[in-house]
Write a protein that binds this ligand. Sequence first.
Ligand SMILES: [Mg+2]
Length: 358
Amino acid sequence: MKIKEIRTQKLQAPLKTPFITSLRRVDTLEDLVVIIECDDGTLGYGEGAPTPVITGETFGSMVACIEYIKPHLLGREVEDFDTLLHTVHHVIIKNTTAKSALEIALYDLKSKLEKVPLFRMLGGTRTHFKTDITISMGSIEKMITDAQHAVNLGYDALKIKIGDDPRKDVERIIAIDNALDSSIKLRLDANQGWSAKQSVTLLQSLEKQNIIAEFIEQPIAADDIEGWKYIKERVQTPLLADESIFSLKDARRLLELEAIDYVNIKLAKTAGITQALALADLSKSYGAKCMIGCMLEGPISVAAGVHIASAKADCITMIDLDAVSLLSSHPVQSTIVFNESEIILSETVGVGVKLSSD
Ligand SMILES: [Mg+2]
């Protein structure tokens, strides 16, 4: 199966409600779909959402990166899978989301070649998952309303976006916690909005009121390694690293320091599937559980994340793949069920998605 052509196109999808974190606001998803066409007509799909404030990539830089790699892949056999992956990662550094989109398309082709669903090719058996949902940052009243609405839709874990104002953040969390049943898990994501000292003060004040979230995600700046250790030594709330961990090297440094409890794996950070699988294995070797997360992205790359969750179900114990449920419509046909909190993998070969127009 020879690679004949590689195309990119924009995927646009309106959101049900604006997505607001301490780093950005988004009203309409705009991401990049990569389609690799083989000489026998087989298509491989990949996708990635440019997130400049996290990976440094824009839509234009992703297209340019894929165009740069493209001549190195054209005419080559999908059967030479490992050397194709090696090419993707070695002809250019960084550009993690663009490489992830290409990798997903290559894994889609490889599992189609082997006539198995991607998760089976990766050794997975689990097919049913339950994701949390993001509650965007806003007024306390709005966040409570959104949280209650999500619980009514069947979510039992909420990812609460905070981080723009430390004092207000504590008020928000206390108010949301009071408004919900105690069985609902709160996952807090401050998206680098606090200092290490603020993190300790805020988390300790919540803990004094018996509010211990399932975790606090990335309270501090991505490069504040010492900050993680400082917080870890002073609070009970488990710590989950997101923007601080792109590579295996990043993870090893924090895990060696025993500075975090959990790792948030995202394909857009790991430059795709290969390193995401390795990151899960590395975390497991340190006894750290993982969450599989996503950027604000579409059904193709989110589907790839679900396959990873299945392949590494022993250490990926938390699922944060709500992006598809945040969209009011999208141009992708998916055999994977995304029904609010419920996600179910199918036995379709490959990733199980295609553009409705193909
Ligand atoms: Mg995060």
